[in-house]
Write a protein that binds this ligand. Structure first.
Ligand SMILES: [Zn+2]
Ligand SMILES: [Zn+2]
Length: 473
């Protein structure tokens, strides 16, 4: 969903009805999860609160002009950006136990992490949420960005159009990587992979997602504590079904960092993306190699970790099979793909490590979520000539389906998104947003636009009526 949010112009926002919750998730076997109003709602009802992104990227072109925290952009002027990376911050040193989980920060890198902030407040907020160590990880990643992009060979547009990428081709590419990564020597070579700008920008999105997942694991309560909080979450969100209560997070809302489980459960559009742009498979391969080479091996982990860990916990990827649908690798493949150096003796007491999370499954899941699920970060206030500064994934917001006459609009406030009803909605009515700025187009153009950008033929009430088709069931 790279559509621009509509300009804001709502004077007054009614408070959210606390009970019952304004919306619930229904799971439809054909169209997946979707939101429905659990009661009649007035116009301008705030449905989810402030939704925070799971991961994002700001394109390099705008990196020096956008605050990494609040995404403020001033038409290319940069006078308001006064802080860079972690410069000027007195960061408390980690406690010994925290250090062993997050790794030790190195102070040697001279490359910029590519983060600019309005002021110390934005800087502190970003660093306390993402983790101080991620500044170093981004520096390491930026060191792999090609200084001078190679001139692109002139592509033959017609020849490219003719390519249809087979699911087998994609599977083979990843299986090959998993075979190669059994050799530590090969993985060491991957450290030297140089990334083009697009690849480095995408690698930042993947790295922030993996690192967020790692922090989630580090902060996880003991299994007993988590049982209690799950039970509490379920009592507090009775309008959600049992599984969807987990999907909505323990707060039952959108505020705070979403969970990996929800993020990874979003539909993968990997094949749709690769069919449209087959050359992206090569980019994805290189992104994986670089991340694996720099952050994914025990050697790399050891060099940055403060304490030695005897072995590593296998990376759980509960939803990768679901999100890759029929293309999922079999459990045998998954086992065969485990890098040989992640050890055969699994010690359950060992600390979770970022290195364990740099797996083919996880990286594919993250890359597959972007197309069709991410929201463009548009310059606000939104105008015809607004710039798209990057993209972000808001897992809970991705359960809104599209409608060409939507009853929900989105508004960006800093890095958060809010979803408000555009009109009174009846109990049980499906809540839909518009994915693109398609409402003013005729039905043919609109459908074409949605097919190319979001990979579906729109059969919403408006489209079926305008095309003279029988309405969808
Ligand atoms: Zn800011
Ligand atoms: Zn439609």
């Amino acid at each position: 969903m790279s559509s621009p949010p509509r300009p804001s112009g709502v004077p007054k926002i009614p408070s959210i009805p606390s009970t019952p919750a304004p919306l619930h998730i229904r799971t439809d076997p054909h169209s997946g999860r979707k939101y429905h109003a659990s009661a009649a709602l007035p116009a301008d009802t705030d449905l989810l609160g402030r939704c925070a992104p799971y991961s994002y990227t700001i394109w390099k072109r705008f990196r020096n002009e956008v605050c990494a925290e609040c995404w403020r952009y001033d038409g290319g002027r940069r006078a308001f950006l006064t802080r860079r990376d972690d410069e000027g911050l007195e960061l408390p040193s980690h406690s010994p136990s925290e250090q062993s989980c997050v790794g030790k920060r190195s102070n040697t890198a001279s490359v910029s992490a590519g983060l600019w902030f309005c002021d110390e407040r934005c800087q502190r907020t970003w660093i306390s949420r993402e983790g101080a160590e991620v500044v170093d990880l981004l520096r390491q990643l930026e060191a792999a960005r090609q200084k001078k992009p190679k001139p692109k060979p002139k592509s033959d547009a017609k020849a490219q159009e003719a390519v249809v990428i087979a699911p087998d081709t994609v599977e083979r590419a990843w299986v090959t990587l998993r075979e190669k990564e059994r050799s530590p020597k090969e993985v060491r070579r991957w450290r030297e992979v140089q990334l083009e700008d697009y690849e480095a920008d995408m690698a930042r999105y993947v790295l922030l997602a993996l690192h967020g997942y790692h922090r989630e694991q580090c902060n996880q309560p003991s299994p007993q504590q988590s049982l209690v909080s799950r039970a509490e979450a379920e009592t507090h969100s009775q309008s959600l079904s049992q599984t969807d209560a987990a999907a909505a997070g323990s707060e039952g809302g959108c505020d705070g960092r979403p969970e990996w489980e929800t993020f990874a459960s979003l539909q993968s559009n990997e094949l749709q993306l690769l069919n449209a742009c087959p050359e992206i498979l090569e980019h994805q391969t290189r992104i994986y190699q670089l991340l694996k080479g720099r952050f994914g091996s025990r050697v790399a982990a050891r060099s940055s970790a403060a304490s030695s860990r005897s072995s590593l916990t296998p990376a759980p990827s509960p939803s990768s099979a679901q999100s890759h649908g029929d293309n999922a690798l079999s459990p045998e493949d998954a086992r065969a793909g485990e890098p040989s150096d992640t050890g055969s003796s699994t010690n359950l007491l060992s600390e979770p490590s970022l290195a364990d999370l740099v797996t083919v499954e996880n990286v594919r899941t993250i890359l597959g979520v972007d197309p069709g699920n991410s929201f463009g970060i548009w310059e606000t206030p939104l105008m015809e000539e607004s710039e798209c500064l990057g993209f972000a994934v808001y897992p809970l917001a991705s359960f809104f389906n599209h409608h060409c006459a939507p009853n929900v609009r989105k508004e960006r406030d800093g890095r958060t998104l809010r979803f408000l009803t555009t009109r009174p909605v009846e109990a049980g009515e499906e809540l839909c947003i518009s994915y693109g700025h398609v409402e003013t187009m005729d039905v043919r153009t609109r459908r074409q636009e949605l097919l190319e950008g979001w990979y579906f033929k729109c059969r919403c009430g408006r489209c079926t009526a305008e095309a003279g088709e029988s309405p969808r069931t």
